[in-house]
Design a protein around this ligand. Sequence first.
Ligand code: MGD
Ligand code: MGD
Ligand code: MO
Length: 765
Amino acid sequence: MDRAATGAQPPLEPQPPEVHEPATVAGGVGAVYQTTRQVKHHLGVVRGARTLLLTNQIEGFDCPGCAWPEPQDHRSSFEFCENGAKAVASEATTRRVTPAFFAERGVEELARQSDFWLNEQGRLTHPMVLRPGAARYEPIAWDDAFALIAGELRALGSADEAAFYTSGRTSNEAAFLYQLFVRRFGTNNLPDCSNMCHESSGSGMDASLGVGKGTVTLEDFELADAIFIVGQNPGTNHPRMLSTLRDARRRGCAIVVVNPLAEAGSTRFAHPQDPVDVLGGSTEIGSLLLQVRINGDAAVFKGIMKAMLAREAAAPGTVLDRAFIEEHTDGFEAFARSLDDVSWEEIVRESGVPREAIERAARVAWEAERTIVCWAMGITQHKNGVANVQEIVNFLLLRGNVGKPGAGACPVRGHSNVQGDRTMGVWEKVPDAFLDRLGAEFGFEPPRAHGRDTVDTIRGMLSGEVKVFFGLGGNFLSATPDTERTADALRRCRLTVNVSTKLNRGHLVTGRTSLILPCLARSEVDVQPGGEQFVTVENSMSVVSMSRGRLPPASDELRSEVAIVAGVARATLGDASGIDWTGLASSYDAIRDAVARVVPGFTDYNARVREPGGFYLGNPVRQRVFRTATGKARFAVHPLPKHDLAPGRLLLMTMRSHDQYNTTVYGLDDRYRGIKNGRRVVFMNADDLAARGLAKGDLVDITSHAPDGERVAPRFMVVPYAIPRGCAGAYFPEANVLVPLDSVADVSNTPTSKSIVVSVARSTS
Ligand SMILES: Nc1nc2c(c(=O)[nH]1)N[C@H]1C(S)=C(S)[C@@H](COP(=O)(O)OP(=O)(O)OC[C@H]3O[C@@H](n4cnc5c(=O)[nH]c(N)nc54)[C@H](O)[C@@H]3O)O[C@H]1N2
Ligand SMILES: Nc1nc2c(c(=O)[nH]1)N[C@H]1C(S)=C(S)[C@@H](COP(=O)(O)OP(=O)(O)OC[C@H]3O[C@@H](n4cnc5c(=O)[nH]c(N)nc54)[C@H](O)[C@@H]3O)O[C@H]1N2
Ligand SMILES: [Mo]
């Protein structure tokens, strides 16, 4: 079979979607209805209720949805949300993808199905192999699969010819064992989903604050006077955050939203361009939405800070925390001067936000004693993503909003254990100190050269330097940029392996040989020779807690991620490695004991994680200890990013609908944005449509423009939407084909999935 004949992109849709009015309120009756519907659909009522009741409970399993923390002490019996319910239902489904399923359908035929259909087929049950030239997957025994991988890995000229990807659902235990295997094998090629996600946050905060993680805890939200939510859509992607925000609002905390869209959950308390008091005038501080142009955030923050400095000049001592700046920071003078050089005219033009609204936000900031800034992908996935994060830190530093209760930086993480995986060493650039301790614990010399991140892995496959791809979870094909080039890259590999729970498009675009290794999901009981096991995870606020699966496994053939990693390691390295893979995998306590000796902050891991609610890893920034190059928090000076779009061009952001989890499509609606029964839509400003002679419902092809050429995504339906002029939005992963591989953020190498230069034209396909 010709592997190149298999389509790499989601297929076109049979009929155009329906367009309705967007919702203004998030949650509510609709969320209850959807939760019940999803759960009934997948699980049947009784199993469903039981499953949900165990989600995010101290004795249950961690929700496989987002990384928003659970309250430490007072958990209600329903610590899940509509979208958490979808994640759990999709994982706990009673449907199965068996060897018979693969016998009936070739890979090419499967590739013609939608992402929604692929996910609907249910849980993978058996290890499967696609042999060179074969058209269909066939079953393979676990030991044969391990031997096949070992054979390919050992045949490589160098360990650096393999890359080992991780998606952020992997437990701490599996992640630690995995990076140990990969480094003992001899490479730091550990790309992960973080490279495409909060890498810009980690890079920016590390340089400015000396730590790459958020500095707040959930309790800080109870004390904040102002919360900024920037480039994040909590109503869809972190719905449990809405209750935190609701409580904050009820006690009078101001909430400022910076987003090109008035997302439901934000509009409930703010209107586009029109700052309104939410609580009927009962609070002094109004909440507002700054409807910024795509990638206009640096301009907004520069504007806010410029206004703050002007106010300080007019009324000295009222805005800046001079003592903090003096004692704990450096670079303030140069930073303040740089703001003088930016004019209001530029700020307003580049941000697309009126000066009055920016000044209103500045007032919120200086009236608040304690401010938290939350952000997500709207900030990180731009060329200047790292600079964006550092502008946010600059803003916090002005009023000493780090290292005091109720204040700080909150990069809201995506995958439920993406932060923990990094802590465990899944990082292509892990510091030497970590490698020293790892080597000492396991008696080997780990490789020191930095490995490949996600984008460099794709480049390596294209150039022939990477020949084996191993994915511990995730969907590398569909999550990465430049879908057709990534597909080409994967097809050049000798072997591609995916450890997965559900069928996805990444299983269909493969190397010469491909393996699917099905694993236990979070919600399932994990029994090993040493008895029933639990795993541990770290949430977005550095709390490490246990997660114990309760449901019977979807198939007797499933193995845990830990067991799979140990199996591959044993087959590849054998006893010669001097590491007892079998022992480590028999009882995860053994892995945790090793973690306790290698990873800072994990002393007494086994004991502390058994305490109800787990333990907090701490963050030196909370004590105003800054492990930066100068030992101080650093003001960073960056130029104002300029929009220099050629006439007719738009800046396109790719985002999530309400019915998906990254590349997993649960349904075809985006309820809050009014889209039903389809995903190939492009949201545009009505004036931009009119200027092109387009109207609601027209079909267009989207072309992206990059120095290395054009890429086309065909047949998207245009939707007039309240989005700033010159901006457009479409869904991930349908639009990933448009993201040029070389279009990445400075420093972090994160694909610029939120600023793609495109044009649209009436569809010819
Ligand atoms: N249900 C569900 N939950 C999820 C996920 C999921 O797919 N589904 N994914 C998980 C993961 S891995 C992650 S990383 C998070 C992602 O969480 P988000 O970052 O909220 O996800 P996106 O849909 O990418 O949303 C980006 C938001 O940023 C805005 N935006 C885009 N460009 C800009 C810009 O230039 N400036 C500003 N200010 N805003 C901009 C968009 O309008 C949108 O509201 O969610 C996690 N939780
Ligand atoms: N254009 C564009 N591209 C983006 C983004 C964007 O906003 N725009 N966002 C980026 C971001 S923030 C992220 S985090 C990445 C996400 O990238 P990934 O993490 O690679 O993608 P997912 O879609 O989350 O992975 C889904 C697959 O994981 C498997 N899976 C689910 N649960 C488990 C489990 O418990 N164990 C194992 N082994 N497998 C499991 C299932 O088989 C499922 O098909 O995508 C990035 N790509
Ligand atoms: Mo993410």
